[in-house]
Write a protein that binds this ligand. Structure first.
Ligand code: ZN
Length: 421
């Protein structure tokens, strides 16, 4: 039998063994075809076909019958995890290989296990720990800080395929397959002693919903949840109240506008303990102010910006572009200190009681981390906006909305660029 035909048999048997070992990967495995070319070299995959080299298949199969199945599993997982760039930096290539190999070492199935597992797991867990989460961007930054010889050593441990033939596009079919793998592992894999934990954690990062936070802002700030009593008559007391409390801005300036004249009030609370957040905070405030102006929520909308760490530090009312400029110019995030969300809610509740807020429509709390939440549901809409580049999980009370954004989402220019699948 010629060498290529023999290698083809090995590759095809490997695909069957892989499906047998990891049923949740079956659809992903079957959606890739395999091919064998003459000669030597690492397998390569363009998202449709995995191409093996006959001599290398025969030799590595002789040394370790699992190695070809392992190679195939490696290629399939790259596709499932959306690793599709043919032009990565060496650090990113290595980070992707480490993630894939770590998943396979954790799964440790009969036909994919290969020697050296303990060493690989040790290296991965040390570097994942430094990175904060098993995510390619965080991990490649950590890898970039290791020495040249360490990079070479790690490449020898983790590289199994040639990434240069990739298509460069993470197509919809693979994104869907990735969600399907996740659903299958979640629903059908039982009693696996934590073997799928790494896979699930990495898949959750891969399938993280990317929020279009601008559209969230629009929805949040235009939702009309309160049914208001219509002001049928001009009320001089109310009028004066508006003048005295809002400077030259009367709450009701004519009878024609009686149904929309109530000033819409929003609070954006900023957790000032996050010292690295200045850029994102300023950007978020600018966007929120833009939304207020553009959506016609009311030309008399007030935006309160409350700065707080473990106590309220300031409360500024932003009514104009100029107010916003002045505010962000002197904006200072102190860093350190604890985060406690409760003082803002106590403060706002007290203002409501005292009449300082007449029509508070919602409160958005912009924060980069954990804090103590109030136990009672407030009388207005609340959203926590987490600015988090480290893929942490954030729990909020059931009465609050939650969005998680990354710095790059906030700093990105293109509005209306919705990336939700
Ligand atoms: Zn690889």
């Amino acid at each position: 039998m010629d060498r290529t035909a023999a290698a083809r048999d090995i590759v095809s048997a490997s695909a069957s063994r892989l499906c047998l070992d990891m049923r949740f990967l079956t659809r992903a495995v079957l959606s890739l075809s395999t091919d064998v070319e003459e000669g030597e070299g690492a397998p390569r995959c363009d998202g449709r076909t995995v191409v093996f080299r006959a001599d290398t298949v025969l030799e590595s199969f002789r040394e370790d019958p699992n190695s070809v199945t392992r190679d195939l599993a490696h290629c399939v997982l790259h596709c499932v995890l959306g690793h599709t760039s043919p032009a990565n930096t060496p650090e990113t290539d290595l980070a992707e290989d480490m993630l894939v190999e770590y998943v396979l070492d954790c799964l440790d199935t009969p036909h994919t296990s290969v020697p050296g597992r303990d060493d690989r797991v040790f290296v991965c867990e040390r570097l994942f720990g430094k990175a904060g989460a098993p995510a390619v961007d965080l991990l490649s930054a950590v890898v970039a800080e290791t020495s040249r010889w360490q990079l070479d050593l790690h490449r020898r441990m983790f590289v199994r395929d040639d990434h240069s033939a990739r298509s460069g596009t993470d197509d919809a079919a693979w994104r869907e397959l990735s969600q399907q793998v996740m659903a299958e592992v979640e629903g059908f894999v039982r009693d696996d002693e934590g073997r799928t934990t790494a896979l699930m954690q990495i898949l959750r990062i891969r399938n993280r919903r990317r929020y279009d936070y601008r559209s969230f802002l629009r929805k949040f700030m235009t939702r009309r949840t309160t049914v208001r009593e219509s002001q049928t008559e001009f009320d001089p007391i109310y009028y004066t109240y508006g003048l005295s409390h809002y400077g030259n801005l009367p709450l009701i300036d004519s009878l024609e506008q009686s149904d929309t004249a109530m000033v819409d009030e929003f609070v954006i609370a900023v957790d000032t303990s996050g010292s690295t957040m200045r850029g994102p905070v300023v950007r978020f405030l600018e966007e929120a102010f833009d939304v207020l102006r553009q959506t016609g929520v009311g030309r008399d909308s007030n935006l309160h910006v409350i700065q707080c760490d473990d106590q309220v530090r300031s409360d500024d009312v932003v009514r104009s572009e100029g107010d916003l400029r002045r505010l962000v110019k002197g904006f200072e995030l102190k860093g350190g200190g604890n985060t406690d969300f409760r003082p803002v809610f106590d403060y706002v509740d007290r203002l409501i009681e005292e009449g300082g807020f007449r029509n508070l429509r919602g409160l958005m709390y912009f924060t980069d981390g954990q804090g103590t939440y109030p136990t009672r549901r407030p009388s207005y809409d609340v959203a926590f906006v987490f600015c988090d580049d480290r893929y942490r999980e954030h729990e909020v009370p059931p009465w609050a909305m939650r969005i998680v954004v990354r710095t790059e989402d906030l700093m990105a220019d293109a509005p209306g660029d919705s990336r939700d699948p």
